[in-house]
Design a protein around this ligand. Structure first.
Ligand SMILES: Nc1nc2c(c(=O)[nH]1)N[C@H]1C(S)=C(S)[C@@H](COP(=O)(O)OP(=O)(O)OC[C@H]3O[C@@H](n4cnc5c(N)ncnc54)[C@H](O)[C@@H]3O)O[C@H]1N2
Ligand code: MOO
Length: 411
């Protein structure tokens, strides 16, 4: 890791990091702070991450397996039926030519079988013997056809989804060594925030407390408690951070208070807790005041604190810019790769800053996308990455930071 954090000390402000460097620092911080792997029952591994490569523990299939219902025969027909082998049982070898056993799909093929004749391709002779013609391709699966003993099926860092759970079960795993989804807490700062009712009279609804945990889940973290709105005093900020630390959260997301206004207490609170900055502002618009710090956790370990700016869209920019890579690192997953999108309308640069511009699926910047607004985001697929000092024009293919939406949620 060649990228250096912005500063090692919350009291010593240094300059903002370029956006790509900030992502890299956040990922490396997650890797460094990752909890050790745990062994969990297979069915509980959904959403976790493989801590080790998934290796086969037998040949797959583990025994020659009939792929049809029919008759396992030996030699030329017709064949005398000497028994039946069902899935889950073992059959004795076929001792001589001219004999067969009835066989079910999934049953172990008896040793010395020369062919399997499907039920629908077979007839019964008057004397009870079976005749028929086997098809030209074998009707059973050979051991190792799917995978050989000891073969690597998936690398460490793979997200455990239902397909992975099913595959591990078919390999004979009872438990999996995984990195669990990182635990989180959300602290909402701001005396102006309402948690119910209509905005007005100088008060706005807290739009981040209810939505940040849902974003965190979609980024692969385990959503924890939401504390707040926390009173706009330094003591209340320190107390709330201490509470989240004591709760064991591996990642704390705070919202608001990242600037230096009269009631912006995040920086002094971090200083009081002995935090070390990893990222302290980023050359990106919106979202410039975002930060990432590490704080020692009582009882051991390191908690990462992501300071999301208070403007609601800027908070989401910080989630996809810093929190997504940090969660990937904490989980043992690779750095999230960025797909690209072809713009079908121009998007202006934001001076020397990287511009993360909300775009729809056609590659058009959405309207109502000021940093204080969420209306545009609800119609967007993600943020087009417009590099510093270079306007993008229609037809340009640019990196896209997708909003972490589930299948079916993409507008
Ligand atoms: N003098 C300067 N002032 C500001 C600058 C600057 O460069 N110089 N940058 C602006 C930018 S950019 C942002 S982003 C904000 C970030 O400020 P804070 O993180 O300190 O956020 P607050 O001041 O607490 O709130 C800003 C804004 O967002 C609203 N807010 C806060 N929390 C929530 C919430 N949970 N739900 C809905 N809305 C929320 C808050 O009411 C304010 O309107 O600073 C600029 N200022
Ligand atoms: O960076 Mo601010 O987040 O432009 O609103």
């Amino acid at each position: 890791m060649t990228v250096q954090p912005s500063t090692a000390n919350p009291t010593g402000q240094t300059g903002p990091l370029p956006w790509e460097d900030a992502r890299a620092v956040a990922y490396a911080a997650g890797v460094d702070a990752a909890a050790p792997p745990v062994e969990v029952p297979l069915a509980d591994a959904d959403g976790a991450t493989l801590a080790y490569p998934l290796l086969t523990r037998t040949d797959l299939p583990a025994f020659p397996t009939s792929s049809v219902d029919g008759f396992a025969v030996r030699g030329p027909g017709p064949w005398r039926v000497i028994g039946r082998v069902l899935a889950g049982t073992l059959a004795r070898p076929l001792a001589e030519d001219g004999v067969c056993v009835e066989i079910a799909t999934g049953a172990a093929v008896p040793p010395d079988t020369t062919a399997i004749v499907r039920t629908e391709d077979s007839t019964r002779e008057q004397d009870g013997r079976v005749s028929g013609t086997p098809r030209s391709t074998p009707e059973w699966r050979e051991p190792g056809e799917e995978a050989r003993l000891g073969e690597e099926l998936l690398p460490a860092g793979t997200a455990v989804n239902p397909a992975v759970i099913g595959l591990a079960a078919s390999c004979g795993y009872d438990t999996l060594g995984v990195r669990a989804a990182p635990t989180t807490a959300v602290l909402v700062f701001g005396d102006e925030l309402l948690t119910s009712g209509l905005p007005g009279d100088g008060r706005v609804r807290d739009s981040l407390g209810p939505s940040v945990p849902a974003w965190l889940r979609r980024l692969g973290a385990a959503a924890g408690p939401v504390l707040g709105p926390v009173e706009d005093t330094l003591e209340a900020h320190v107390e709330a951070l201490n509470r989240a630390l004591a709760g064991g959260a591996e990642l704390i997301c705070t919202t608001g208070g990242t600037m230096s206004g009269p009631v912006d207490h995040l920086h002094p609170a971090l200083a009081q807790l002995g935090a070390a900055y990893l990222v302290n502002t980023v050359e990106v618009r919106p979202g410039f005041p975002m930060l990432l710090a590490s704080v020692p956790r009582p009882g051991g370990g390191t908690t990462l604190v992501a300071g999301l700016p208070g403007n609601p869209q800027s908070a989401v920019v910080a989630l996809v810019s810093l929190v997504a890579p940090a969660v990937a690192g904490l989980s043992g997953r690779p750095m999230p790769a960025l797909p690209t999108i072809r713009l079908s309308a121009p998007v202006g640069a934001r001076g020397g800053f990287t511009h993360l511009a909300l775009v729809d699926s056609d590659g058009v910047a959405v309207s109502h996308a000021a940093s204080s607004m969420l209306r545009g985001m609800a119609r967007a697929v993600g943020f087009a990455v417009i590099p510093p000092n270079s306007d993008a024009v229609a037809g340009d293919e640019v990196a896209l930071v997708p909003l972490p939406l589930l299948a079916g949620e993409r507008p």
